[in-house]
Design a protein around this ligand. Structure first.
Ligand SMILES: [Zn+2]
Length: 181
């Protein structure tokens, strides 16, 4: 939070002054208007630094606006789907292949789920038995092997990336050998 008269951190020459305005954002041809948008405007360079509290509030409003335009499930709908599936946030996050933190944000409205995650959640609402079908399908899917370990096909990329990030990897080893030769 900046005080009136504080030096502008951008140009260093001007002084900041608090300004409250109505700001309009465009999303796919629709307007999202944010009232009382607070920013600190410089008297010299005219740059406006949004107030952190305003940014937080605006983020939530913009996400909500996007959900409406894209017709995504609301946070409350997601909560009720999860309740009917009797799953924890961590469990449903794993099912949707997102981090638990991300899923928590779907439910508190600070992040909008992808259309793909939205479609899966809607499918689960219509047919909770899908969870079991998907699980069976995964288990019967052909397995790949990485370092002698069985992995389900969808995990291949994850394993590959994960292994490349650790030290004793087939790839790094090959690169190291190449350099030595
Ligand atoms: Zn300035």
């Amino acid at each position: 939070m900046y005080r009136n008269g504080e030096k502008c951190p951008i140009c260093g020459g001007g002084k900041l002054r608090k300004k409250t305005a109505k700001v309009s954002f465009d999303y796919k041809g629709t307007n999202c208007v944010i009232e009382n948008f607070v920013s600190h405007v410089c008297s010299v360079c005219k740059e406006g630094i949004p107030d952190p509290c305003t940014l937080k509030r605006a983020d939530k409003l913009l996400v909500n606006h996007r959900r409406k335009v894209d017709r995504l499930l609301t946070p409350d709908e997601i909560k009720s789907i999860r309740a009917s599936l009797k799953m924890s946030q961590a469990e449903l996050a794993r099912e949707l292949c997102v981090a638990k933190k991300t899923f928590t944000r779907y439910e508190n409205g600070t992040v909008a789920q992808s259309r793909l995650a939205d479609a899966y959640l809607r499918s689960l609402r219509l047919c909770p038995a899908l969870l079991e079908h998907v699980k069976e399908d995964r288990e019967s899917a052909p397995k790949y092997h990485i370092n002698g370990r069985n992995v389900w096909s969808g995990e291949v990329m994850y394993d590959y990336v994960y292994q490349r990030a650790s030290t004793n990897l087939p790839n790094r080893g090959r690169e190291a050998n190449g350099q030595a030769a």
